[in-house]
Design a protein around this ligand. Structure first.
Ligand code: ATP
Ligand code: LTN
Length: 346
């Protein structure tokens, strides 16, 4: 039994089947500093679409426990990630921003949903295969991780989930198990769609355009962090690999250039074709020099806001606690409904 098929991209004009304002949910793990891939593939879209939707964004600290974590580091990373969301433009006045473990409904819902999830479905998840790398000594949490992610999404009657390409399979699983619950116990969940933009959904490593830019498997020169100082950004862009040839023109045999052109285009607001035209006859050197400045110009305000917000962590904690209260007010009744329909409690 599989949920009805879906399109992966939603638009701000979607009204959904219920006629209510569409709800967006997304989350990120507090597993270290955010990089340009996280920003262009996910966070930037959260911010730009904020006014068109009702939004719920979450720092998924429970998910971070699926790999070995140091408690002190986890707590610091959680605060830092939430602060980065705010610095990038998430507005707590219009958006619910909270820490996953503060809303305990997620963990309870996970157990309930694990009873409608098949072992074989989890075994097919490519992120599990990548992260476990064939080893048996990984945690059971790494295996059941997608059930918790499904609960994050389903508890909030989510219509759209803005993520990068690598999360598509998890959203499909969310639909499948949500649909199975609905069929078995009665209509309870909205089935969400992934919102994956065609551009920026898979930013590649600067030193290897065949691998995605990634926190956990990246080398120092493969990624640009949102908190990188201008000089570090310039150095990394200068060292980024390019393809053979000298013309600034993308193409199927130019993975490195395609990646740099995508980054330039998304950050400058100019289309790839316009950028190619701008650099006709100018060569890689000029292009990379300007690309570095485009990145510096976009990331500097975020880094500066982050520094300001870091000076008042109690204010960030207050925003997160308020967000958790608002999240609980939605997730609580949904969990009660699940329990009731499954025959739990007397
Ligand atoms: P890890 O390598 O530890 O899995 P990550 O860098 O891939 O981490 P996540 O925390 O898994 O990042 O992802 C956060 C969000 O950023 C997700 O929506 C994911 O799809 C998106 N994302 C991650 N890497 C990229 C990338 N290279 N290009 C575009 N989007 C990305
Ligand atoms: N699995 C995601 C993080 C994540 C998430 C979510 C994303 C956890 N819960 C709910 C969207 C919606 C990741 O690894 N990036």
């Amino acid at each position: 039994m599989v949920a009805p098929t879906i399109q992966s991209t939603g638009t701000a004009t979607d009204t959904g089947t219920t006629g209510r304002r569409q709800r967006v949910f997304s989350g990120m793990q507090p597993s270290g500093n955010l990089h340009l891939g996280n920003y262009l593939g996910a966070l930037r879209n959260w911010v730009t679409q904020q006014e068109a939707y009702t939004n719920v964004f979450c720092v998924v600290d429970l998910h971070a426990l699926s790999l070995p974590t140091d408690p002190v580091e986890l707590r610091a990373n959680t605060l830092e990630l939430a602060t980065t969301f705010l610095a990038a433009g998430i507005d707590p006045a219009q958006t619910i921003l909270f820490v996953q473990s503060d809303v305990r409904e997620h963990s309870e819902a996970q157990w309930l949903m694990s009873s409608v999830t098949q072992f074989g479905e989890l075994r097919r998840m490519t992120q599990f295969k990548d992260k476990s790398d064939g080893r048996d000594d990984v945690s059971a949490a790494l295996f059941t991780y997608p059930i918790l992610q499904a609960c994050d999404i389903l508890l909030y009657d989510t219509d759209l989930v803005p993520v990068g390409e690598d999360q598509k399979q998890h959203i499909e699983l969310t639909r499948d198990i949500g649909h199975r619950f609905n069929t078995r116990y009665g209509e309870t969940f909205v089935l969400p769609r992934p919102d994956i933009k065609p551009e920026g959904a898979r930013i590649m490593a600067l030193d290897n355009p065949l691998k995605k830019m990634s926190k956990s498997s990246g080398t120092a020169n493969s990624l640009i962090y949102l908190v990188d100082e201008p000089d570090a950004i310039r150095r990394k862009v200068r060292r980024a690999v390019t393809d053979s040839g000298s013309e600034v023109r993308g193409g199927t045999d130019k993975p490195a250039l395609n990646n740099l052109l995508t980054i330039y285009s998304l950050l400058s607001g100019r289309s790839v074709a316009q950028v190619e035209q701008d650099y006709e006859g100018k060569g890689y050197g000029a292009f990379k020099g300007d690309l570095a400045e485009v990145v510096v110009e976009k990331l500097t305000p975020i880094r500066e806001r982050l520094e300001t917000l870091n000076a008042d962590p109690d204010e960030v904690r207050r925003i997160l606690h308020d967000g958790a209260d608002r999240a609980r007010a939605i997730a609580g009744p949904k969990l009660d409904q699940m329990r009731d329909r499954m025959g739990l409690g007397i």
